[in-house]
Write a protein that binds this ligand. Structure first.
Ligand SMILES: Cc1cc2nc3c(=O)[nH]c(=O)nc-3n(C[C@H](O)[C@H](O)[C@H](O)COP(=O)(O)OP(=O)(O)OC[C@H]3O[C@@H](n4cnc5c(N)ncnc54)[C@H](O)[C@@H]3O)c2cc1C
Length: 289
């Protein structure tokens, strides 16, 4: 999984499945459910930390052409889950469509951004999502309106479902303004985040009323390391992995940070990154049927 995640960490997956289309994906899900094989879906791997022991199941990647289609119809746009979000957001913003400027600097596929409701101070992906097409564990496909998906801060009601495409509403705006806004947000990210290093973005969610990065900084943890994983000097809510880091280093450092912040401020930091770790039985399970 080192090749498929932004952290460049993690052991092997037993199977990597790259379905040709939705029909093949449905068949796989039915089959894995029947056989009791665990399944996980991976987007760009920008918010996932895979354990050093890897994943004893099927990892699904939606990188076939069928999942990379973009169908534009006025201000509505159906976008495949495998579409690389940042270039798409840049293109739309440069053409004067509004709503995706806030995705500047966020590495993601459309599927991963939907599941995580990616975003930040400038807006969230769900702001432009109208419907989400999903495949369930039993292989059935369905279009779900965004208002039943309970989008919130880095969360959605999409657990156990695989997003295959989303319908977005991107109203026309002033191309100069949308372009400038995208570029400004991008420049802000480049300046404040260690984007060239191996990480998964913000490692913790912001607790209500606080910025996790500010708490970590105030606790004096910038630069703290375990093995070759360290708290970024540039942005305290980023853990960056050096060349010889392991997933275990990152997990141990997460614990160090949580403990110190809890001791200093009596605040429990919640991890934002999806950690794929073995269960106590030694296998990883996404769906239990
Ligand atoms: C440098 C850097 C900066 C970042 N900045 C931000 C930021 O500003 N704001 C922000 O919100 N995030 C940020 N992130 C985190 C990350 O970009 C987002 O969480 C993004 O949405 C992850 O998308 P992905 O395709 O990489 O998903 P992955 O990391 O591959 O997966 C994330 C989760 O989504 C699930 N998933 C993936 N694809 C699908 C699918 N098709 N259907 C259902 N579930 C799926 C996975 O199983 C997993 O649980 C940053 C990360 C990095 C490395």
């Amino acid at each position: 999984m080192t090749k498929l995640t932004w952290f460049r960490l993690g052991g092997r997956a037993r199977y990597l499945f790259r379905p040709r289309d939705e029909k093949q994906l449905s068949k796989l899900l039915l089959c894995t459910r029947r056989e009791g094989v665990p399944v996980k879906v991976l987007g760009a791997g920008a918010n996932v930390l895979v354990s050093d022991d890897g994943f004893d199941g099927v990892v699904v990647r939606l990188d076939a052409p069928a999942f990379k289609r973009v169908l534009q119809d006025g201000d509505r746009c159906r976008v495949g889950a495998g579409v690389d979000l940042m270039p798409f957001a840049r293109e739309q913003s440069y053409e004067g469509r509004t709503g995706l400027e806030c995705m500047a600097g966020i590495p993601a596929t459309v599927g991963g951004a939907t599941r995580m409701n990616a975003g930040g101070a400038h807006g969230e992906f769900s702001d432009v999502v109208k419907t989400v097409r999903v495949v369930s564990r039993d292989g059935t496909t369905e279009d779900r309106p965004s208002d039943v998906l309970e989008f919130g801060y880095r969360r959605s009601k999409l657990d156990g479902l695989i997003v295959t495409s989303v319908e977005l509403e991107l109203p026309d705006g002033d191309p100069q303004r949308t372009r400038n806004r995208f570029d400004e947000i991008m420049a802000g990210k480049v300046e404040s985040q260690p984007i060239a290093e191996n990480s998964a973005g913000c490692i913790f969610k912001n607790p209500p009323g606080h910025a996790a990065g500010a708490l970590i900084d105030r606790a004096g943890l910038k630069g703290t390391s375990v093995g070759d994983a360290s708290v970024s000097e540039r942005h305290a809510n980023f853990i960056v992995a050096g060349k010889s880091a392991t997933a275990s280093d990152v997990i141990a450092l997460i614990d160090v940070v949580r403990e110190r912040v809890s001791k200093e401020f009596d605040i429990d930091l919640e991890v934002e990154v999806d950690i794929w770790r073995p269960t106590t039985q030694g296998s990883l399970v996404l769906w239990r049927s």
